[in-house]
Write a protein that binds this ligand. Structure first.
Ligand SMILES: C[S@@+](CC[C@H](N)C(=O)[O-])C[C@H]1O[C@@H](n2cnc3c(N)ncnc32)[C@H](O)[C@@H]1O
Length: 337
């Protein structure tokens, strides 16, 4: 047998193992504990960090997208988001809460390059441990385990609330929206980036989109995706937003990330040696989800949403402006300031 035939057989075996692992070991969302458990495992085995670096989020490849180093695109994303959110000129010492901070990639950039005083929270204890290990002494960043669905901070604690790609893990998006706005000081800014689905109130999911969406939810512990329109409405419904929620769609800017993620596995074979056969199987297991994500974002089923909202001075002030009718009673929670 020629060597290329061996390669072909090896490749096909890997594909079969990958698909089997994918189908047999879905990580369906059950509670925040299942999310914590998934991220704890991903952190301990080190595979995600080896390929994705310290940022567990998509990269920004420019507009129109250009070829770029995978890891550079990720750190670039943070700088584009700072600029888009209009927070780059805020003074040193500005307090920032990074909600769903992963292993702290964004938190460290915000502290190091912008002088902010950053608190990063995540549901995964192992991520907190790793984030602390990765943070140089003297950088103004701290990390803690906390649940974004019931943040332990008092109302009006931060100048900026920042969050990247944590929303799909939240079981109740209205509560998530309220928590984000609640901990902002009056005049403070929420800057959030998230995976969203198309607004299915306008165009329902069709015959192929439904099973694809179900895989995207069940493979990576996501209870649901909101739409860009739907989540902005939930932010407004908190009655804590001054003016309008500004949104943008960065699907095109971030789209190359999906195939680039798969390419990393080929281009950096050092990972095969480092993580062995079990690492290879774990990596190959993610390939179908990455391909489905690429399909979903490329075909308009999913959209990459950017959100910016300013915290109003008080809820009472907004109630005077007739915002009350839009607020479900389940959201009513008086801020202490
Ligand atoms: C896709 S990762 C993004 C991490 C980080 N923002 C980054 O960009 O590198 C999602 C993050 O959300 C966190 N997360 C999920 N559910 C959470 C919850 N209920 N409370 C706090 N963090 C949560 C996860 O632990 C993880 O750190």
């Amino acid at each position: 047998m020629s060597i290329s035939l061996y390669f072909l057989i090896g490749f096909l075996v890997l594909v079969v193992i990958g698909i089997a692992a994918y189908l047999l070991s879905a990580r369906k969302y059950q509670s925040s504990a299942t999310v914590a458990n998934s991220y704890d495992q991903w952190t301990v085995d080190g595979i995600l960090e080896f390929y994705w670096g310290e940022h567990i989020h998509l990269g920004h490849y420019g507009s129109p997208p250009q070829q770029k180093d995978f890891l550079t695109a990720k750190s670039d994303f943070v700088h584009y988001m700072v600029k888009w959110g209009g927070i780059e000129k805020l003074p040193p010492g500005t307090t920032v809460l990074d909600v769903g901070c992963g292993i702290g990639g964004s938190s460290r950039i915000l502290a190091r390059d912008y002088g902010f005083a950053v608190t990063g929270i995540t549901i995964s204890p192992n991520q907190v441990k790793r984030a602390i290990e990765l943070t140089p002494f003297g950088l103004n960043v701290q990390f803690a385990v906390d649940d974004a669905m019931a943040l332990s901070f008092p109302d009006a604690s931060f100048d900026v609330v920042w969050s990247i790609e944590a929303g799909p893990h939240m079981p109740d998006k209205a509560v998530f929206a309220l928590e984000l706005m609640r901990v902002l000081k009056p005049g403070g800014v929420l800057v959030l980036a998230d995976w969203n689905q198309r607004d299915d109130r306008q165009k329902p999911l069709n015959f192929w989109e439904k099973p694809v969406m179900s895989q995207l939810l069940h493979q990576w512990s996501h209870p649901a995706f909101s739409s860009i329109e739907g989540f902005s409405e939930l932010l407004v419904a908190t009655e804590l937003v001054e003016g309008e929620v500004i949104t943008a769609d960065w699907t095109q800017q971030t789209l190359p990330s999906w195939l680039d993620s798969i390419w990393q596995g080929v281009a950096r074979p050092g990972g095969w040696l480092r993580f062995g056969v079990s690492g290879l199987i774990k990596s190959v297991r993610e390939v179908p989800t990455l391909l489905l994500m690429r399909l979903a974002f490329g075909a308009g089923l999913c959209r990459f949403g950017m959100f910016r909202a300013v915290r109003a001075n008080s809820r009472t002030e907004l109630m005077d402006q007739n915002f009350t009718n839009q607020t479900p009673s389940s959201l009513v929670r008086e801020p202490s300031t």
